[in-house]
Design a protein around this ligand. Structure first.
Ligand SMILES: [Zn+2]
Length: 128
């Protein structure tokens, strides 16, 4: 199985999505995330289902974002319930698309490209 995030990949994503003080930050709302309470999830941008689990990059850092809650609670739930908004912000990626090629838009409007190496780098500005 390559579709699940391994403990190492989860660690990479949580570190990438933490602020300069090392506080994990929900990439959807910008709030601090209590990792120790388990009230968070690493959301798959491109879903694991519908063939996604066969794609190698499904379990790689560029396909995951740290968010509050679970599929049925908190920000993760809001993402699941608002597919259009989620797609606009890059938190939902179509099955045939490459998550590394689609930036996420963070809570404060920054466009970040998530790389296979676990970095978040400013995306090229797309006007219009
Ligand atoms: Zn949140």
């Amino acid at each position: 199985m390559t579709s699940k995030f391994t403990p190492r990949t989860r660690w990479i994503i949580i570190n990438r999505d933490s602020d300069a003080n090392g506080t994990p930050i929900c990439q959807w709302c910008g709030g601090a995330v209590r990792i120790d309470w388990g009230e968070y999830s690493i959301q798959h941008r491109r879903a694991r289902g519908m063939g996604g689990s066969r794609l190698k990059d499904t379990g790689q850092p560029q396909n995951g974002v740290l968010v509050h809650g679970s599929a049925t609670t908190g920000c993760h739930s809001e993402i699941e319930r608002n597919p259009t908004k989620a797609a606009e912000r890059g938190f939902r990626v179509a099955q045939y698309k490459n998550p590394a090629a689609i930036p996420i838009v963070t809570w404060d409007g920054r466009q970040l490209t998530l790389t296979v190496g676990g970095e978040a780098i400013p995306a090229e500005r797309r006007d219009g």
